[in-house]
Design a protein around this ligand. Sequence first.
Ligand code: GDP
Ligand code: IMO
Ligand code: MG
Length: 431
Amino acid sequence: MNIDILLGLQWGDEGKGKIVDAISPGYDIVARFQGGPNAGHSLEFNNVKHVLHLIPSGIFHPEKINIIGNGVVIDPAVFKKEIENLGPGIGELVRRLVISARANLILPGHRILDAAYEHSKGCTKIGSTLKGIGPAYTDKVARNGLRAGEILKPDFRKMYDEHLKNHLAILKNYDFKFDLKEYEAGWFEGIEVLKKFRIINTEYLIHELTSGGKKMLAEGAQGTMLDVDFGSYPFVTSSNTISAGACTGLGVSPKMIGEVFGIFKAYCTRVGSGPFPTELNDDTGARLRDTGHEFGSTTGRPRRCGWLDLPALKYAIMINGVTQLFMTKSDVLSGFEKIKVCTSYRTEGKECREIHFDNTPVEPVYTLLPGWNENISGIRKYEMLPENLRHYIRFIEDQTGIPVTLVSVGPDREETIIRKSLENHLPHGKP
Ligand code: GDP
Ligand code: IMO
Ligand code: MG
């Protein structure tokens, strides 16, 4: 069981990038298993902030192998930009980064279709990041996709033209203006960059390395509440963001999975449309947004903010089989006199603890906990955290039955408290 999974338990942006980067020293391989450039994973070290969209968050550790798995959808234009922004130079990155030949490509037509579909939905729009995710996964499951491995074939351009023809035919049904040419040019430049990388059957590489004792961390994108099956459908993304997605998105057996690290913010945020029971459209919500800098890493949109939602968190823990909880953004709650936690919902006058398939409107029922005033960003030992924050964490542990083994107290790699139980587990010890 040399594979652990780290994934988001809320609506995305839980701090996956920061934590994957922080615990990467404990692993040999970091692999993304789903999603695409809709993801924005931020991480900080040496006072510089980096935002990754397609590339796994282990990339800043020179000795690690990073894999973009078959479950990911790749936009070559975004990939090129990201590679150029990374710093180490393509020669070095080619050594560290491997791409699955089975990963589907996001074609320029997918981006336009995404925008056309959203435009046609009017006020029922999903709030997509408009990166072409939905249409690319649609073509994948409809068996019309174009995969990364194809770019190495001599008739790739012909295949591309066929796909484009299909997309343009669909677009005729929409009253939507678009300019394909400029994006297409950047997309083909991206194809040339992609070609420099190893595009292989990564499932064999993963199997060979992990059965030889190497340790892999599978990095989720989005969050459980955005999963296409278990999220607040239709206000979801188009892939399986849950732990099972790591198996299908990397080609690994469930028997190979060890720990499932579930990451959550000490409160909740959501970007885009859809239900959000604990949302605060008031000064408290604005305070969480300002203090937590809650603006989308991919689109810059203000994130909707609210209190921690335990029924949703418990649901996510159940679906994913979470074994350890990681709590981020604890520092953002400093200074609140009282902190509310939603422990159940009420609907039509009755108590309800389940997440309903049809997004039935619910009212949150809150428990009030005492807050703390201390600035905690400089703290590195769990025991040094304010008593009321430890009480908050104990409350979450009692409610969920899962230990919180990592507490993040700031955006920097170093602003991370790892409790003994996790330290003992990490394959190569403390990061
Ligand atoms: P991801 O998509 O899950 O990787 O999360 P994002 O990077 O989109 O959003 C998380 C944001 O919170 C980023 O700006 C991080 O730099 C920041 N962040 C992560 N952990 C912490 C933390 O513990 N405290 C604070 N204040 N910021 C954090
Ligand atoms: P990370 O990995 C937060 C949301 C969008 C929209 C819905 C569908 O950074 O946590 P899509 O572009 O997938 O068709 O959008 O999902 N969404 C995210 N929200 N974080 C993300 O990624 C997201 N990726 C997609 O806002 O509501
Ligand atoms: Mg994000």
